[in-house]
Ligand binder design. Structure first.
Ligand SMILES: Cc1ncc(COP(=O)(O)O)c(C=O)c1O
Length: 421
């Protein structure tokens, strides 16, 4: 690979997705000191269309339409869900719903899934998964007298399917897993895990937070059962944007979620005496959806759909591949190691670099206009969002990191230990 900056610029020139960058706020500066935002997998950038889309809902639908706008709003969670289903998740209409947070959606689908497997008393999760997933699994297990089986995963290369297969037997009700690991970016084979779990009679509940908008999930092709995910990362829905949930059509009537709210009720406005869940994916709703925030989710979902998830994934692999190549070439002599899968087909769109001074390096980068994330225990995580990150952005960020390491500038920052104690 040609690792010159000119080669990176040439790749930007021929990038079929290059035009999307201008459709995000804050991407116009091009000088050598510009901000290099490599944290779009934590909080995506603001699409330029979003303020007008949100204003339209505020000023026209709310401001003028007032309560009458509920005619349009009442099924918006499902209509935006359909946009995500078709353009992002590879699911069918009527299988995806937007609303609540990822944590709450995870809870709802986990309880519903466990109820649908009576007589099974084990929940499986990954020991290295994102905290909210592990906590919710632990909480549901504690409330139901179930056992948690935590499967160990390699911190850098992710879950070994042979290890997962060992943990699957006739006691397992639901397996909770992330398609893309939050720290390393390791990608698991969603279809193969779904097949393994089905063989054991268990359901899989996927957390697609670090995958949605970065890699294809192809839920229908995989026969996936259940999924949830954030919309504020690669879907650029904004801070606190409502999550999505997915339930395979054939499962919907069998499942009943634990929070019996009126938005999940059949003929909601007849105000029936007893809870009677609606048909279809609507039964997984709870209460009044966040209408204003959903306007931003819709813009983000449509942008990803327009770009095409396969093209986004291909660019994500190329951006992360460049980052890894530069880290090997420039940074390995400074004690930096790549802490993500090297096989492009086995990673999402972010890469972590390990270094004993990762916390200090992160602070030094922030002060030099590079925005990564620190992740425990000693990782600097770089998210390359294929909609707006350029090859030269990756090159310049690694160049600034190289300069920090070369002159030891990070050593003047307090250590992580000083931060936590
Ligand atoms: C894998 C994963 N799941 C869930 C969440 C967060 O869920 P919530 O939106 O409920 O805070 C995150 C947040 O970064 C995440 O990375």
């Amino acid at each position: 690979m040609d690792l010159t900056r000119a080669a990176a610029a040439a790749r930007d020139d021929t990038d079929p997705l290059a035009g999307f960058r201008a459709r995000f706020t804050g991407t116009d500066g091009d000088g050598p000191d510009r901000l290099l935002y490599l944290d779009g997998n934590s909080l995506g950038r603001l699409p330029a269309e979003t303020p007008a889309a949100v204003s339209r809902v505020v000023e026209q639908e709310w401001g003028r339409g007032l309560v009458g706008s509920w005619r349009d709003w009442v099924d918006r969670s499902r209509r935006i869900g359909d946009v995500l289903a078709a353009g992002v998740l590879g699911a069918r209409p009527g299988e995806v719903l937007v609303g609540d947070s990822t944590s709450v959606d995870l809870y709802k689908l986990l309880v519903a899934g466990a109820d649908a497997r009576p007589g099974r008393d084990v929940l499986v999760c990954c020991a290295d998964d994102f905290p909210t997933d592990r906590y919710i699994v632990a909480g549901v297990a504690a409330a139901r007298g179930m056992t948690v089986r935590e499967v160990e995963a390699h911190i850098d290369t992710g879950l070994d399917l042979a290890v997962l297969a060992e943990a699957l037997d006739e006691r397992v009700a639901v397996v909770v897993l992330s398609q893309v690991a939050y720290r390393s970016g390791a990608l698991v084979d969603l279809a193969e895990v779904t097949r393994l779990a089905r063989e054991a009679g268990a359901l899989v509940l996927w957390d697609l937070s670090h995958a949605a908008g970065a890699v294809p999930a192809d839920l229908t092709a995989a026969g996936a059962d259940l999924a949830v995910g954030c919309t504020y990362k690669y879907l650029n829905g904004g801070p606190g944007a409502p999550a999505f949930l997915y339930v395979r059509h054939e499962l919907q009537e069998q499942l009943r979620q634990p929070i019996w709210g009126w938005f999940g009720q059949r003929d909601q406005f007849t105000m029936g005496a007893a809870y009677d869940p609606a048909d279809g994916v609507d039964r997984f709703a709870v209460g009044t959806p966040p209408v204003l925030a959903m306007a931003a989710v819709e813009v983000g979902a449509r942008l990803v759909a327009e770009a095409g998830i396969d093209r986004l994934a291909a660019k994500g692999q190329a951006l992360t591949g460049l980052l890894i190549a530069l880290a090997d070439e420039w940074l390995s002599g400074h004690g930096v190691t790549v802490a993500s899968p090297r096989d492009a087909a086995r990673r999402g769109s972010h890469v972590s670099l390990a270094h004993p001074g990762a916390w200090q390096l992160t602070q030094a980068l922030l002060d030099r206009g590079v925005v990564p994330d620190f992740r425990t225990p000693d990782r600097v995580r770089f998210g390359t969002a294929p909609l707006y990150t350029r090859f030269v952005d990756v090159w310049d960020a690694m160049d600034r990191l190289r300069a920090v390491l070369a002159d030891g500038a990070h050593q003047s920052y307090p250590t992580e230990r000083a931060r936590v104690t």
